[in-house]
Design a protein around this ligand. Structure first.
Ligand SMILES: *Cc1c(COP(=O)(O)O)cnc(C)c1O
Length: 361
C-alpha cells in the first residue's frame, strides 16, 4: 500500500532521538513554556533568518494571533484566496474581520495579483498570502501592492517550511510568517503545533501577550487567548528541524521521478522562477481525475485532493465576500490530484505510482 502522507515513517526514521527528547521533557520540571520551547523558537528564528519566533498551539492560531496583535478586527477586510485550507479563512473570521476572496492563477495555484486592485477598499488592512503546496506565491507583486497601499503582508507558510524565494526563506518577507506544525506538514509535530516569525520587536511583544491571556507578569494588560506550544512538541520539533532541509531534498528527489511523467493528460506542477519548491504536496492537473483516483486505489495507491471544495463553496462559508467570480479556483478543484509524497517514500514506490498512471492513460 502506498499512502499520500506518512508521519509515522518520519517518527521511525528519527525514533531514538525523538524518544530521548520526549523522555527528557517527561523527566524535567516544566511541561509548558520551558527551555525546549525557548530553544526551538531561537533555532527556528535562526533557520528562517527572522529576528523573532513564537511557538503557538497550531497554524490557525498563528494567523489569529498575528491579526489580533496587528489590531485587525470587526469592520476590517483581509484579502486572501478560497483555494486554501479552511484554516486560513477561519482565522480571519475569528478576529471578526471579513475575508475577501480573490482568484488564483492556473500555473502556480496562488493568489492572482491581477485581482488585487479591484478587491481593495478603504477597509482593507492586510493580505494573507498562502504559499500553497510548498512554494512561494507571487511575493514580489504582493509585497509591492502592500507597500503601495499600506497593508500588512501576512504569509501563510503552513505548507512551505524551508522553501526559498531568491535568497530568503518564506516567512521572512512579510510583517509576519505563520507556520503550522500539524503532523503531515514539512516540519510536523506529533500532535498540534504552530509558529509565528517576525522582525518587528514591538509586534513580537504584542504577540507574546496575545498567546497567553494578554499577560505581562501574570497580569492581563490586554485581552489574549491561550495558544501555547507544549514542551514535548517543541522537543520533537527541535529534532526534526535539524533534518528539515534534508527531508525537503528527499521530497525533491521524489518530485523528479513524478516530473518525468510525460503524458498529455497530466500537467505536472511548475516551479515559479527564482523559487525552490519543497513539495508539501505534489499536485498535478489531470484529465479524468476521479477515474484515475479510483484506478490508483484499486492498485493500493492512495492519492489525495487538496482541496476537493473551495472554501467559498462549503456550506459554512457560502456568504463570503467575492469581488469577482472565482473561475480558476472552481476549475482546478476538479482537476487536481496530490500524488503520494513524504520524505521516506521509497523511490521504487514513486516509480510504481508513475507506472500505474501511465498504464491508466
Ligand atoms: C495546515 C494549514 C493551516 C492550519 O494549520 P493548523 O495547524 O491545522 O491549524 C493553515 N493554512 C494552510 C495553508 C494549511 O495548510
Amino acid at each position: 500500500m502506498i499512502v499520500c502522507a506518512n508521519p509515522k515513517a518520519q517518527y521511525k526514521s528519527y525514533k531514538s532521538e525523538i524518544d530521548e527528547a520526549i523522555s527528557k521533557v517527561l523527566e524535567g520540571d516544566k511541561y509548558i513554556l520551558g527551555d525546549e520551547v525557548e530553544a526551538f523558537e531561537t533555532e527556528f528564528a535562526d533557520f528562517n533568518r527572522s529576528k523573532y519566533c513564537i511557538g503557538v498551539g497550531n497554524g490557525t492560531d498563528a494567523i489569529e494571533i498575528s491579526l489580533r496583535a496587528l489590531d485587525i478586527g470587526p469592520g476590517d477586510e483581509v484579502i486572501t484566496v478560497s483555494h486554501t485550507a479552511v484554516a486560513t479563512i477561519s482565522a480571519i473570521e475569528r478576529v471578526g474581520a471579513s475575508p475577501v476572496l480573490v482568484d488564483i492563477d492556473y500555473n502556480y495555484f496562488s493568489l492572482d495579483t491581477n485581482y488585487l486592485e479591484g478587491s481593495l477598499t478603504s477597509k482593507t488592512k492586510a493580505i494573507v498570502l498562502v504559499h500553497l503546496y510548498g512554494q512561494a506565491g507571487d511575493i514580489v507583486h504582493v509585497e509591492e501592492f502592500c507597500k503601495k497601499n499600506d497593508l500588512y503582508l501576512i504569509e501563510d507558510v503552513a505548507q512551505a517550511h524551508g522553501a526559498f524565494y531568491k535568497e530568503k526563506r518564506l516567512g521572512s518577507f512579510g510583517k509576519v510568517g505563520c507556520f503550522s506544525c500539524y503532523p503531515t506538514k514539512n516540519l510536523g509535530a506529533i500532535g498540534d503545533g504552530g509558529l509565528i516569525t517576525t522582525d518587528d520587536k514591538s509586534l513580537y511583544e504584542e504577540m507574546l501577550k496575545v498567546r497567553e491571556y494578554g499577560w505581562v507578569k501574570r497580569n492581563s494588560v490586554i485581552k489574549g487567548i491561550n495558544s501555547r506550544l507544549d514542551e514535548i512538541q517543541a522537543a520533537i520539533l527541535r529534532v526534526k528541524l535539524k533534518y528539515l532541509d534534508n527531508d525537503n531534498s528527499r521530497r525533491n528527489e521524489i518530485a523528479k521521478i513524478y516530473n518525468s511523467i510525460n503524458l498529455e493528460e497530466v500537467l505536472t506542477p511548475l516551479t515559479r522562477p527564482d523559487s525552490t519548491h519543497v513539495y508539501h504536496q505534489y499536485v498535478c492537473k489531470v484529465q479524468k481525475r476521479d477515474e484515475l483516483m479510483e484506478y490508483l486505489s484499486s492498485n493500493d495507491i492512495f492519492a489525495g485532493i487538496h482541496y476537493p471544495f473551495p472554501v467559498h463553496e462549503q456550506p459554512a462559508y457560502k456568504k463570503l465576500v467575492k469581488p469577482h467570480s472565482l473561475e480558476v479556483t472552481e476549475k482546478v478543484c476538479k482537476e487536481i490530484i496530490s500524488l503520494p509524497m513524504y520524505p521516506e517514500l521509497p523511490k521504487e514506490s514513486a516509480f510504481l505510482v508513475k507506472e500505474i498512471i501511465e498504464e491508466f492513460y
